[in-house]
Each structure stands twice: as C-alpha cells, then as structure tokens.
Design a protein around this ligand. Structure first.
Ligand code: PBG
Length: 333
C-alpha cells in the first residue's frame, strides 16, 4: 500500500500531534522561563527621590538609593532573586585610576549595605571594572601610550572586590576582561576571609555595539580608542572556551556570556563544556531595540521579550540579566 498523508502507515511521524492544543504543548515543552531565572540590572545615582530616565532605555532610570529600595521591594514581592548594581559616578569623582571604586563609603558600597540590611534575602551583585570610575572610561588602568595595562589593573580590581565584599555583597561580577582577574579576586577575597562571596565572571564578554545605551546611562563611553584589546572579537567562539577554562580554574562560580541574543552559539558551547552554571546578559542594546520597535508599534514588545529570554534559556543559560525583569515576572507570574 502506498503511504500518503491521507492514508498513513506506521512509522509515520506527525510532529503536529505534539502541538495540537495548549495542554499537549505544555506537556512537551522543553524549556521554561521562570521568575527565579531573572537578575535585574539597575543604575544608581546620588541624591534623594531621583528617578532620572535613561532615554535610550525606556522604563529604566538612574535611581537614588531611596528609590532603589522601592525597586528592591518590588523585586522581592515578584520573587525575582537578584539585582545587579551599576553606579553613575559624578564627573568630579572620576580620575585616571578610578580611585572612587575603593571608597568604602562610595555610592555603590552604600547601596549594597542598604539593600542587604533591608532585604537580606535579595541576592546583590556588583560589577568589577574601572570604567564607571575612570575619566577615560576604560575598564583597566591606562599606560603612557594609551595601552590598557593588564597586571597593574589586577590589584585595583581585587581591591575593588574587597571593598564590595566588606559592604556585604553576595556576588562580585568582574566585567573588565583582564587576564587573570578571577584568580586575583578569589585570592584577595579568601585572604580576607570572604570565602562566601561568589565570583560571577563575565567569561565571554564581547566587544559589542550593543552596550551603547549602558554607556549613555553611566557616561562611561571610552574617551579614546575602543575595548577591542580586552573584550572578545565577535568573530570568535572557540576563544570563549579558553576563557571559560581559565575562569573555572581560577575559581569562578558562574560563567557569563554577554551579549546574549547574538551569541546563542557561545552560550550553547559553554553549556556543553562546563558543569558550572551559565548566565547570559541581555544587554542594554538588546533591550533598547525591542523597546524602540514596540514603541513604534512595529512588534509586540512583550512577546518579543518573552521569546528572546526563552531562547536564551534554550541555548543553555541558567539565569539571565534583563532590564525587563519586573515586566517579565508580572507576565509569567
Ligand atoms: C562595564 C560593563 C558594561 C556592561 C556591563 N558592565 C559596559 C562596557 O563594557 O562597556 C554593559 C551592559 C549593558 O550594555 O547592558 N565594564
């Protein structure tokens, strides 16, 4: 007998049977996005009662610390487990070595103390890199010829981690891409008894155009050159495996890929290569693109956000930094 669509004979697989209604679709669903996967990045600023809008990131503000507490309360209410903090440092406090980064009473350290006191259950993550604090906007120290100095930067980054640990942070997240920084930070934290402070490493951080809105938010765009001598070349994915191996050996607890959507292959590669948890950062430019198109009525913003985040999980991420965390939490409840 001939096999046709109207007269099938086993084995004849019809994949549509597993899509026929929402109950069946739910049963066969391979990937789930949950509120407990989300990390909410927030920008902070001095002052009180300030919600200073970032125009390239609709719905995102530079928050004074009283407003940050309100945001944190919302996160706890929604069940979002973590917040990541980025300080907008006044120009007057920026210098060539980023000295404000180790001020125990600096904006970021005060924010950490306040959050951990008010919401001990919320995981607080801080960034380790000099760019918010330097007048040149680079993540490391700069030599006389404009070169980004690797080994001298390690000490500065490790001290920054120590000051953040003293303030009570749960995880430090080195985003600077200097070689050896995870090891240097781990050693300094351990020597000072901060064995429990985790290192959430920006393992495969690419030199990406998608960071533009973030640099608007912090006024941290490099004043000369670019970040290509330390952030990775978007053309390379095998190199991400080298970074992952090094970060793992140096003591990282979580490995991150950043940006996310254009780098799903890198997330998948890392997932296969390590047993450590993988995180992904849906960066400012990814968020801005979706929000801009949604504001124009060109696509459905909520669906586009949900789909992007789901696909980032499907690629292998266990957790995602996203500026849409509260909206998503409300949608998926
Ligand atoms: C700082 C840092 C950057 C981002 C996170 N940490 C910017 C950069 O490297 O220039 C980008 C995050 C985003 O775009 O949302 N080193």
């Amino acid at each position: 007998m001939t096999i046709t669509a109207t007269n099938p004979t086993p084995p004849y697989h019809r994949p549509r049977r597993n899509r026929k209604n929402s109950a069946v679709r739910a049963l066969v669903e391979e990937t789930k996005l949950t509120t407990s996967d989300l990390i909410y990045p927030q920008f902070i600023t001095e002052g009180s009662n300030i919600r200073d809008p970032i125009h390239s990131m609709p719905g995102i503000y530079r928050l004074s610390l009283d407003q940050l507490l309100k945001e944190a309360e919302r996160l706890v209410e929604f069940g979002i487990p973590a917040i990541a903090l980025f300080p907008a440092i006044p120009k007057e406090l920026k210098d060539s070595t980023g000295s404000e980064s180790v001020n125990p009473d600096g904006l970021l350290q005060r924010a950490v103390r306040l959050l951990k006191k008010s919401f001990p259950q919320l995981c607080v993550i801080t960034d380790i890199a000099l760019d918010p604090y330097t007048n040149h906007g680079h993540d490391g120290l700069v030599g006389d010829n404009g070169e980004i100095l690797n080994d001298p930067s390690l000490e500065a980054l490790a001290q920054m981690a120590l000051v953040q640990a003293e303030a009570g942070v749960d995880m430090v997240a080195p985003s600077d891409m200097m070689d050896g920084r995870v090891g240097a930070i781990r050693a300094t934290l351990d020597q000072n008894g901060y064995f429990d402070v985790s290192i959430h490493a920006y393992t495969a951080k690419y030199a990406s155009a998608f960071y533009g809105p973030f640099r608007d938010a912090l006024g941290s765009a490099p004043s000369f050159g670019d970040k290509k001598t330390y952030q990775m070349n978007p053309a390379n994915s095998r190199e991400a495996l080298i970074e992952a191996r090094l970060d793992e050996m140096e003591g990282a607890d979580i490995l991150m890929v950043k940006p996310a959507l254009a780098y799903l292959d890198v997330i998948a590669k890392l997932r296969a290569a390590t047993s450590l948890p993988i995180s992904a950062y849906q960066v400012s430019g990814e968020y801005a693109m979706i929000m801009a198109a949604a504001q124009n009525g060109w696509l459905d913003g909520e669906s586009a956000l949900l789909e992007s985040l789901l696909c980032i999980k499907r690629a292998g991420a266990d957790m995602i930094f996203t500026y849409a965390a509260p909206e998503i939490a409300q949608l998926i409840g």
